[in-house]
Design a protein around this ligand. Structure first.
Ligand code: ADP
Ligand code: C5P
Ligand code: MG
Length: 219
């Protein structure tokens, strides 16, 4: 009898521990799409209505570039201007730190939109080596639109963004990087049934209506 009670008790405790561990494990949605596809815009809207934290790899890299004393400032700056993908050791550390800080401040904040990552094979390998077992990758939210729409939106954004890469020359390189390095990553996840595609060529609210129904379905 005592053993039965102890057995039930320990199962209950281990279930609770298991649930707690599961609750603590970050849940991740990778957000991908061409430069200017609207990833950041849609992520901001998602955050308003759902309990997700938005982490943009590009924003984190730009912040690191501007951080006084950063040993990577110059390297990041030249990669961004060239539309190249920064070595994953740098990016994954920034992402991991941001996730840890978010979860330390508020344990309920364990759902993340990771925007603009993984952008190439190196990013993917870095994630798989360091984070795959630490986080649950739920799916990839893919904002799909033509290169021309991407370029037009970035040029328009460039009028006020102050970004060193929202110009024709950098954009040509960014589109090349997207086609050569990022599309194959999206295709890889597509084969695993992980990609949820949204037509991003329409206006912001139409795109968001699709995003909402998709997120509501995924739970
Ligand atoms: P990304 O993060 O994918 O590079 P942004 O969200 O920064 O893209 O959007 C790029 C530019 O296009 C911004 O100036 C933004 O206001 C604008 N934009 C975003 N989504 C749309 C849309 N659906 N239709 C028109 N313009 C958009
Ligand atoms: O996503 P965003 O447009 O902000 O990215 C801007 C630039 O930041 C990219 O063109 C690239 O140079 C760099 N970046 C990167 N690795 C990532 C995301 C962004 O090197 N995973
Ligand atoms: Mg962005």
């Amino acid at each position: 009898m005592l053993f039965r009670i102890l057995g039930t008790l320990s199962k209950k405790v281990s279930d609770a521990v298991y649930r707690a561990a599961l609750a603590m494990k970050p849940q991740v949605v990778f957000v991908l799409g061409g430069p200017g596809a609207g990833k950041g815009t849609q992520c901001s809207k998602i955050v308003e209505s759902y309990s997700y934290t938005h982490l943009s790899a590009g924003d984190l890299l730009r912040a690191e570039r501007g951080r006084e004393g950063s040993e990577f400032g110059q390297l990041i700056d030249s990669y961004i201007k060239e539309g190249k993908i920064v070595p994953v050791e740098i990016t994954i550390n920034l992402l991991r730190k941001a996730m840890e800080e978010t979860m330390k401040l508020d344990k309920e904040k364990f759902r993340f939109l990771i925007d603009g990552f993984p952008r190439n094979q190196d990013n993917l390998e870095g994630w798989n080596a360091l984070m795959r077992d630490e986080a649950d990758l739920r799916f990839i939210l893919f904002f799909d639109c033509s290169n021309q729409v991407c370029i037009d939106r970035c040029l328009e954004r460039g009028k006020s963004s102050g970004r060193v890469d929202d110009n024709r020359e950098s954009l040509q390189k960014r589109i090349q990087t997207y086609l050569q390095s990022t599309r194959p990553i999206i295709e890889l996840y597509q084969k695993k049934g992980k990609v949820r595609t949204v037509d991003a060529s329409r206006d912001v609210d139409e795109v968001f209506a699709d995003v909402k129904s998709l997120l509501d379905k995924e739970g």
